[in-house]
Design a binder for this molecule. Sequence first.
Ligand code: SAH
Ligand code: SF4
Ligand code: F3S
Length: 457
Amino acid sequence: MSVLNGKKYNIITFGCQMNEHDSETIAGMLQEKGCFAVPSKEESDITVINTCSIRENADKRFFGTLGQLKKIKERNPDYIACVCGCMMQQQHIVDTVKSKYPWVDIIFGTHTIHKFPELLEKVCLEKQKVTELLEDSREIVEGLPAKRLYPHKAFVNIMYGCNNFCTYCIVPYTRGREKSRSPLEIILEVKQLVADGVKEVTLLGQNVNSYRGKHDDSGNICGSDPIQTWDFADLIYALNSIDGLERIRFMTSHPKDLSDKLIRAFVDCKKLCNYIHLPIQSGSSRILQAMNRKYTREQYLELVRKLREAVPRITISTDIIVGFPGETEEDFQQTLSLVREVKYDSAFTFLYSMRPGTPAAKYDDQIPEDVKHERFNRLVDAVNDASMEKNSAYVGRMEKVLVDGASKKDENTLTGRTEGFKLVDFSGDMSLTGQLIDVEITEGKTFSLRGRIKNNA
Ligand code: SAH
Ligand code: SF4
Ligand code: F3S
């Protein structure tokens, strides 16, 4: 029996779905060792903070939380404080943690997650601090357990890392170079998830469109011909034929690599949800070039046109950064006009945040904070107008909703997602959680829809 058996753990997760899924893996590994989850760090014997470095405020929130662990350690000398994730892939952060936060026992990174149980056991037995970091790794560790947040939907990593080096972004430095999982591993994982009751999978990668999965198994997988290297669309076609799976989603798709074959897959694959998150970042081709995004405004708009032509019902969301170095009022006007032209269903808007170590951090034409904020407010208005218009058009429509459970705001309200990833609130019985049901939309709001259940068995 492990020395960890019976210990209480609490995981605090910052950042994107990759990190959420990594935390599910960390939880899975701890459960295997006999640990069990508790709702707060104050009650735990082991706290893990899984960090994000995408913007400066993510860094700040981490250090704030880390400061709070000191008191817990003082009360309980056996308490183990662990930090991991993207911030730990940066030497200056690790140095700060070691010098200013001496109550941290374990530091590990994005390439050493699988080592965590071993490190914990070592710390428990030897009462020493440990650091286990790798700058990058070519290895993909398969077969790790996961304690998933929902029984009916699951994240599935299809690739790791990023090769794109957008000039503002820290991810290529924290997640290493791109590597794709083998299609066979992915298919086996999805089949197992379906056998466990999962109806919807979200395929994860920083740029799923550049997925290149090699499989050395020459046998047929899911009825497709044996091919050596699969692209992302090949993978979608194969997953679409898995019995019992109802929905396939993916995150995130880089416009520069979005193929006609993938657009075709939206038409051919009934399980592929009619929804795409297609980050634009800026509406100005000049800024896009400075960001190293490798597409122009015109190329992006052409992609949106093709997607909507092939799949008229498709919903589109995006990410936009305001205040990238050198962004002029004219550049910003181009972003506003693009938002008005595309009319996104929803958009995540960000103030440009300088990330040490990235090329854009060294550009000298940084935009003053007040200008960034003022542009940001105008952008949010344009984004919200479009979302409201899109959502209002749903009134009277019937939508298939996968029920996630009680709404966070109100226990008596259920919440779920339409195929187009719109959040819907409606009254109903908790027992519908995890089911796909028909909901009639009665109201469109800026960030969600309201509906009522129709004709369900
Ligand atoms: N791989 C994804 C994005 C992952 S990061 C893609 O390329 O589409 C999620 C979002 O954070 C990005 O799309 C971008 O809009 C935002 N972001 C990344 N770095 C940022 C920075 N330094 N400042 C502000 N926003 C940033
Ligand atoms: Fe960052 Fe660009 Fe990679 Fe996305 S594609 S993770 S924005 S470098
Ligand atoms: Fe995700 Fe943040 Fe890392 S957005 S990849 S957790 S830097």
